[in-house]
Write a protein that binds this ligand. Structure first.
Ligand code: BGP
Length: 471
């Protein structure tokens, strides 16, 4: 057999999100989002980031030079509807409309995320955001505005980014991370599931040719040892961190093990009689699933009397990263077989193939990698180079596993690595860079915001040009 390649028409892309990339936080009518107001504790804020809002033509030209045939970005709800649920902002519509036109003119298919953590603060203030059922109607209206304005040109849509992480990482939803908020979290999650279902139904009504689904952060869960108690813990973690969410997306039902747990702990969210019908409506079934993959996770059994712990991210690199503990179910631990990045994220290319098989076996729908990448501290050389061999190595190994999964029968339609260009890391600002293109600024100093192509840019260009044969 000759060297394997990727399917014809495979989407080669790169990903970004609005609050991490655009800047122009308070410009042209945009209001603040909950992440604008919460992410600035340890580094810089979202006011300028990579200033894509003012550099977008140059940035699209770089995408074209890189050879991308797709590009994943998110639309900021507070730029489109500043009050959250009132009038639309013509300048916001124009910004994305011009961007979409420029992408299409460059032969780049837009892959649009509708919601990437940036809820308008106004809705948080009005009624507690995702805590209230009111969000479902407001999200539906926001989707309607997007489909009406961009549906003629955008085929690939992603509803909500990383729903499961939003509940695991409390700072993404203004939660405290306390166990006392467990019930609230499951209620918010329920609302988000209904909003997701409604967004997909409306997309199918308004844009018959659209392909739409959520983008979720997933990891395969390994047992620390062959002790059956650890194996059960790995099963539990898979159910609670993965299947719980994806079953609601694709089957419209609560996983029975999760439901039993919710009942036993008095955590069942309030539901209305029509909720089940909405979740199970065939028109609400996603056409594909976006997967954000950074690492695998390893767990062991956790006795009932261990303390509950939500995952805590490392914010400096020097501090320790704490895994999640769900008493009686599982406890995250380090995997001694895997190297880590500077922030203790375990590097596991084969984990991507394992995960793809697990998900494809369970749902049999097309998959798209909506994020995959490695962050690191980088220093521009005096002649404006970035020698990011570690990124090339990371992406190369993941793409080889991805290609293998496809050869083994998994239907993967595209790859949108994180990130196309350096942007604000949610947990670490500009200290932690992900891009193929360097943005000349630091957390403390805006410098000139010039763009410089990294070594990985030329490497990826070749991968795309050869449709993966160069790997
Ligand atoms: C994902 C998010 C992205 C991005 C990425 C890297 O969870 O969808 O928005 O931030 O993680 O994470 P970080 O920026 O914390 O390094």
């Amino acid at each position: 057999m000759g060297k394997q390649t990727f399917p014809d028409g495979f989407l080669w892309g790169g990903a970004t999100s609005a609050y991490q990339f655009e800047g122009a936080r308070d410009e042209d009518g945009k209001s603040r989002s909950i992440v604008d107001n919460s992410i600035n504790a340890h580094y810089t804020d979202t006011s300028i980031t990579s200033d894509h809002y003012h550099h977008w033509r140059e940035d699209v030209a770089l995408m074209k030079e890189l050879g991308l045939n797709s590009y994943r970005f998110s639309i900021a709800w507070p730029r489109i509807i500043p009050s959250g649920n009132g009038a639309t902002n013509p300048k916001g519509i124009k910004f994305y409309s011009d961007l979409i036109d420029a992408l299409l003119a460059a032969g780049i298919e837009p892959v649009v995320t509708i919601y990437h953590f940036d809820l308008p603060q106004t809705l948080q203030d009005q009624y507690g955001g995702w805590r209230s059922r009111q969000i479902i109607a407001d999200f539906d209206h926001y989707c309607y505005v997007l489909y009406k304005n961009f549906g003629d040109r955008v085929k690939y849509w992603l509803t909500i980014n990383e729903q499961s992480n939003m509940f695991a990482l409390p700072y993404l939803l203004n939660l405290s991370g306390d166990e006392s908020e467990e019930r609230v979290k499951f209620q918010m999650n329920h609302h988000m599931m209904l909003a997701n279902a409604q967004a997909i139904i409306r997309a199918h009504e308004m844009m018959p040719h659209a392909i739409i689904g959520p983008a979720i952060g997933l990891s395969p869960y390994y047992a620390l040892t062959a002790d059956p108690q650890d194996v059960i813990a790995a099963h539990n973690a898979t159910v609670f961190r993965n299947d719980f969410f994806t079953d609601l997306y694709f089957k419209g039902t609560y996983h029975p093990e999760v439901m039993n747990y919710l009942v036993a702990d008095d955590l069942v969210p309030d539901m209305e009689p029509n909720d089940a019908a909405l979740l199970m409506n065939p028109a609400a079934k996603p056409d594909y699933l976006g997967i954000n993959y950074y690492e695998s996770k390893t767990v062991r059994a956790a006795p009932r009397d261990t303390a509950y712990h939500s995952p805590a991210m490392s914010v400096t690199g020097e501090d320790v990263r704490v895994g999640e503990t769900r008493p009686g179910l599982y406890q995250e631990v380090a995997n001694s077989h895997l190297p880590t990045n500077e922030w203790h994220w375990e590097i596991d290319p084969a984990g991507l193939r394992i995960l793809l098989h697990q998900i494809y076996d369970r749902y049999g729908v097309p998959l798209i990698i909506t994020e995959n990448g490695i962050g690191g501290v980088e220093q521009l050389t005096s002649d404006h180079q970035i020698h990011d061999d570690y990124r090339i190595d990371f992406l190369d190994k993941h793409l080889v596993e991805l290609r293998q999964a496809i050869a083994e029968g998994v239907d993967v339609i595209g790859y949108e690595p994180w990130s196309f260009m350096d942007l604000l890391s949610t947990t670490n600002g500009f200290r932690k860079r992900y891009g193929f293109v360097y943005v000349n600024r630091t957390d403390e100093d805006l410098l000139d915001l010039n763009r410089y192509k990294k070594d990985s840019f030329y490497w990826y260009q070749k991968v795309i040009e050869t449709n993966g044969m160069s790997l």
